[in-house]
Every structure is written in C-alpha cells, then in structure tokens.
Design a protein. Structure first.
Length: 653
C-alpha cells in the first residue's frame, strides 16, 4: 500500500471508483478508526462491532467494483452501508441490551450497571425504532452532529432533529425526567464510560483484525474476477441473479420460513428486500381466479422499499395485472410507534400535471388488510379509465399512495412509485365464425382477439366490394357492445362493455383478458342510414338561439353550463334518441372540429358533454337516422335491460 501513501483522499476516491483495490485498501486504512467508532456506537458490543466493520468493508468494495467508473462518495458509502447492515442485524435478532448479558459473553460497562436509572435508559433504547435508535446513538455515543448524521441517513437535518426528539421523549417517559438540559446531562454521563472504552479499544488496535478480514474477503472476490474472462463474468452474474431470483421464489412460497427471512435485505442500499407473500397466500385462497393465476406464477414479485415518509415505511411486495389495472400487495410499517398504520388510497396519475387517470378502489373489494403490532399487510386494487388503460405502463405515469398512523398524534404520509411493468402476455385468439343480418346487410364475425390492453372483435361485411366499403358498413352499426357473462356462486352475472373505438373492421373494447367469463356476446342497437342522410341542428351556444333544425329534431334542444363553466351540456329529449343518434364530432362556423366527451342519461333527456371553448358561433351538430327493423332485433332474458337490441352469441364455455 506504500505507493498510495502520498495520495490525497480525493485522489484515492477517484482511483477506487476505477476499481483500484490498492487505493481501496489505503482508503480503508485511513478511515478504519472512524469506521470502528461508528460500528461500536451502533452495536454496543466489541465482537458485533468487528463483524459489522468486516461485513461493511467487503460490501463497499463490492459496490465500488460493481459500479466501476461511476463517481461515488466512498467515504459516505462506508457510513451508509454501516447503517444498512446494522438495521439488517437488528432485524435478524434484536438483542435485549437492557438485560446486561450479551450472547458474546461480554457485558456493558460497569458504570451502566450500578444504577436503576441506567437500566431504565437501556430499556428505553431497546424500545426505540431502528432509525430513531441509530440517530440517538450516533449523537450521544459517537458524538456526531445533525449535519453529519443527515448525510449518513440520507435525510434532512430537520428529520434528524425529529428522530432525536422522539428518542428523548421515549427516555423521558422511562426515567421521569422532562427537562431537556437535565436529560442531555444524564445521557452524556450515562455514555461516558462506553465512549472511553471505545477509545481504549481503538488504541489497542482491536478493530485491526476486522479490517484485515474485511479486506481479505474483498480481495478474494477481486481475485476470482481477475482470473475470469468477460464472458465467464457475464454468465456468473446471470447465474447469481438466477440464484437470487430462485431464492426469492423459495422465500415466497415456503411456509417454513423463519421470521428473520421475511423482508431480508437483498442489497446494501436497503431498497430491495425479499418479498413477503404470506398475506397474498392467505387471502387468495378464497378467490379461485386469482389463486389459479398465482399457482401458474402469473404475478410480479417486487420487494421494493419506498423511502420512509413521516415515520411510515411502505414495502411493495408484489403485483398482479388485471383487466382494468393492477393489484399491489404491500407491507406498511410504523417505524416510529406501536400503532399499526393504515393505507388510505392509491391513485394513478400523469406525472406532468398530476391529473388522476385511475384510482384505488376503497370499497370492500378494493382494499383488504390485516394489522399486527406496528405493521399492516394488505392489498390495493388500482383501476384505470378506459382511455388510460391502453398506455398505463408509459414512463410519464406514477402511482401515488397515501397512508396514516394514529400514534400519539395523527401522522399522514405520501408515497410515490413507478407503475409495475408486467411481462408481455401472448394474445389469445378465439375463432367465432358467426353470421348475422341487419337491414339486409349480412355480417361475418370471424374471431375475437384478447390482449392485456384491449379486446378486438373482427367483423366483415359480406358482399362488400372493397375494404373501404366493408369498414364503412361496420361503422354504421349503432352502439355495439360486448356482453360478458361471468359465472358466480349465486348464478350467472353479466357486464356490458361499451365500444372504445372502431378501427377499420375491428370493434375495440376494454380488456377482458383476466376475466373468468363463461359466455361472450356482441350486441347492437340498430343500423345507421347511409352517410349524407343525416339531420343537422344549429345553435348559438352564447345566446341559446336555435338557428336551424332538420326534420323531426326538436327545436326545444338547448345548451347550458355547469357551475365550474368548464363543460357545456347539449340537452336532447330521450324519446328522440330512439329515432336519431348523434355523431361525436361537431363543428363551429369556420369548420373547427370538436368532440363530445360523454353523455349523462336522465329520465327525460340526455345531456351531451361539450368542451367550453371559444367557439366561432354558431355550432352545428349532426344526427343520423336509425334504421331499425324490430322484427330483426331481440332481447335475451338474461341480457341487460334495453328497448331494442340484437344479441349475437359468440363464445360459450
């Protein structure tokens, strides 16, 4: 290491970032005193401090080598890794230091055993949440200031202060001392002997063996990789990943796991853990569709730890795609208290303007959960609007989740994550080969194509001279819908899916890919007359004056606004809807095109939603005349309520 003695710390860091092991060994040698001091403060026992230090040195080198040529603050990485591995150690086997005996056979300093007050302080420390405990020990035992601690834990100084205040509150309640100055004095005296012992151990070189062992473990890994060519390294990496995935799968589906294995850390940053699938397995037994998909491994294990927020921590254990969105399995922890927190809701929104495009169902079927201690396990079902469904996995989307904990005071937390990206599923195609005739036009339903994004029904107009004529015939079908029958315990239940769009000879509906259906039918309500045979209605939306109304279109139609004035409503008598349907596109005087965004059906009228834009008056709406032969239309008894409807069975299981 002598060749690196003349290097400055910054130069050593640059060399380490280039995976220079000699520079790494020199940097460790320079930092070993501080690293041992922090390790001792966190573990409180020499043997554990050595093990933590050894593991940290090996883990940091692994990160440096893995992220070669990236600019990392290695000194900071040492401290962050110490904290992560310390939390991992506490999670595996939390030792009750207030009992004075440790598994190593060592004991706390004698001065801490001679008073009841010291025992009370140790009992309070043992009850602190992991993050609070670390900040407390770094402050009073390692004597670090809030700025240094904030950099270690990746939080603000305000958060460090809050953690410290929480720690002081816990201790104050235990020993019955509320004076801040007096409490600080008591604590500094309490840790005085332990701080002295750490310095004695440092001078005696007690941490040296751990440092050398950590470097030896790191050097072994380096040596193995030096004797491997690039291809072997790549396959070794892939093999390692497969082992990790296999291990994760084993953790998910074995009931013999020990509590220490649950949420076991899989990376040094503490952002990835072994997913806990116990709640998933216990609740899915009652739902045959989800259980079948789980058995077929149709799910996405995640194990993502979201950044802690206001004392709450959210772990996304796994996800499952649905026809209308996805399900998230989660674990929500209250790291700053004993009360179990609750997840309130979830939204899927556009990242750019935060407009909601889908939401979590907070009803009985939407949020399921089970609380135990300071932890809640559950699942959240998130659904999307039809338009958003087609591009839900786009990068500009985010999932926004809210939670709360009622522990001494109401605490509210917000979490954000990327939508889960599910593997592409193969399309399912079912041959139909059904014919139906309406107004002397014969149609052939060829097949149904199911994907996770939509459902397509391919229809061809029999006798069409060309593709354009065939597509036009399909577009003239009035209000085609997909009727899906699902078998339930109590009988047969069905749902009607409205048309999303017509694309050539394809009728496109929302996805039913994951629905457990027993029958599919196509339903239409009539047939539009040929293009050009339509009625027009012209109105000035500013004044409400009707300028023109063709045929039997009611002159009493009017336009109104709502309170927020962002939407206009075109009022249309419902009795006219049996003879005339409206085109979605309307125009202003200069030919500007606008689209009707939706409709609200009331008892006596239909309210068509129009954007409240700056129109060049007047506005022109087109209505098509429905050509309906009632002898050709029928309504099945089990179908949805409708006055006239032609039902064409397509698939029946």
């Amino acid at each position: 290491m002598s060749s690196y003695h003349s290097y400055k710390d910054e130069e050593l860091t640059t060399a380490v970032n280039q995976a220079d092991f000699g520079a790494y060994a020199e940097l460790v040698d320079r930092k070993k005193g501080e690293l041992y001091r922090i390790s001792s403060a966190l573990t409180r026992v020499h043997i554990r401090a050595e093990q933590l230090l050894q593991d940290t040195i090996a883990a940091v080198w692994y990160e440096c080598r893995k992220n070669k040529d990236q600019e990392m603050d290695v000194s900071l990485l040492f401290m962050q890794t110490l904290l992560v591995l310390d939390k991992k150690r506490q999670g595996k086997s939390r030792q009750n230091l207030s009992s004075i005996e440790a598994t190593s056979g060592e004991s706390l300093p004698v001065k801490q055993m001679i008073s009841q007050q010291s025992k009370q302080i140790e009992q309070a420390i043992d009850r602190m949440p992991a993050s609070v405990r670390q900040v407390f020990l770094l402050t009073y035992l390692a004597e670090k200031n809030s700025s240094e601690i904030a950099s270690y834990i990746g939080k603000t100084e305000k958060r460090v202060t809050r953690y410290l205040q929480q720690a002081m509150t816990i201790i104050a309640k235990e020993i019955g001392e509320n004076s801040g100055d007096m409490l600080s004095s008591i604590l500094r005296k309490h840790f005085e002997g332990e701080r002295e012992q750490i310095e004695i151990d440092l001078r005696a070189g007690k941490g040296e063996a751990a440092v050398q062992q950590g470097l030896t473990e790191a050097r072994k890994e380096r040596s193995v990789n030096q004797h491997s060519n690039r291809r072997v390294y790549q396959w070794s990496f892939i093999g390692a990943m497969l082992i990790i995935v296999s291990a994760a799968m084993l953790y998910m589906f074995t009931d013999s796991r020990s509590p220490a294995d649950i949420h076991h850390l899989l990376n040094t940053e503490g952002t990835l853990v072994t997913p806990d699938m116990s709640y998933w397995k216990s609740t899915i037994k009652k739902e045959s569709g989800l259980k079948k998909r789980l058995n077929e491994e149709d799910y996405l294990p995640i194990g993502k730890v979201l950044p802690e927020n206001n004392g709450l921590r959210l772990i996304i254990d796994g996800a499952m795609d649905t026809s209308t969105g996805f399900i998230l399995w989660y674990t929500l922890e209250n790291v700053e208290g004993t009360q179990a927190p609750l997840l309130e809701n979830g939204l899927i929104r556009n990242r750019s303007n935060e407009n909601s495009i889908g939401s979590g169902d907070s009803g009985e079927e939407g949020i399921h959960y089970l609380t135990k201690g300071n932890k809640t396990q559950g699942r959240l079902t998130l659904s999307l609007s039809n338009k958003a469904r087609t591009d839900v996995l786009a990068v500009e989307k985010e999932v926004f989740i809210t939670a709360n904990a009622d522990d001494e005071r109401f605490r509210y937390a917000e979490f954000m994550m990327e939508p889960p990206v599910f593997p592409e599923k193969p399309k399912k195609t079912m041959e139909v080969n059904e014919y139906f005739t309406i107004q002397e036009q014969e149609y052939h339903i060829k097949y149904i194509s199911l994907s996770t994004q939509n459902t397509r029904v391919r229809i061809e107009a029999v006798g069409a001279k060309n593709q354009s004529e065939a597509d036009e015939a399909v577009e003239r079908l009035i209000e085609p819908s997909l009727y899906v029958v699902n078998k339930s315990v109590l009988g047969m239940e069905g749902g009607l899916h409205s048309l999303l769009e017509s694309y050539g000879s394809d009728l496109i509906f929302e996805s039913i890919y994951y629905e457990d259906y027993t029958e599919l039918s196509l339903q239409v309500e009539g047939f539009k007359k040929l293009e050009g045979d339509y009625a027009t209605f012209i109105i000035d939306s500013d004044t409400g004056q009707v300028m023109h109304s063709d045929r039997k279109l009611p002159k009493g139609m009017r336009i109104s606004t709502v309170e927020d004035k962002e939407i206009l409503y075109l009022h249309y008598p419902i009795e006219n809807s049996e003879q005339y349907g409206i085109y979605q596109i309307f125009t202003d005087r200069e030919g500007g095109s606008y689209e009707i965004s939706g409709a609200i059906k009331k008892k006596d009228e239909i309210l068509y939603k129009l954007p409240n834009a700056t129109y060049i008056q007047p506005l022109t709406f087109r209505f098509y005349e429905k050509n309906i032969d009632e002898s050709q239309l029928n309504q099945k008894e089990e179908g949805p309520s409708a006055h006239h409807r032609l039902t064409i069975p397509m698939v029946k299981k």
